[in-house]
Design a protein around this ligand. Structure first.
Ligand SMILES: [Zn+2]
Ligand SMILES: [Zn+2]
Length: 80
């Protein structure tokens, strides 16, 4: 079961790719990670959030399933 972080749409996803597309709002987002470790909060990176793809100046430096990722506050606080 996948839940869209943008519109809350829930559906049965059979895709095994790391990125899945929501049938509700057509947004692409990363499959809910099993482990998210925050390495550093509010780091000035000026890049895009790995989850919602919005541009931010400050992002949280995280490790998602052992891969480094920059994630915004909104996406980080959303329950996985
Ligand atoms: Zn959606
Ligand atoms: Zn985000």
């Amino acid at each position: 079961m996948a839940t869209c972080p943008k519109c809350g749409y829930e559906w049965q996803s059979k895709a095994t790719a790391a990125w899945i597309t929501c049938p509700g709002c057509q947004r692409k987002f990363r499959r809910p990670p099993t482990t998210v470790t925050v390495l550093a909060r509010n780091t000035p990176l000026s890049t895009r959030c790995a989850v919602c793809d919005r541009a931010f100046i400050f992002l949280n430096c995280c490790k998602v399933d052992d891969s480094p990722a920059f994630i915004c506050d909104d996406c980080l606080e959303r329950p996985v």
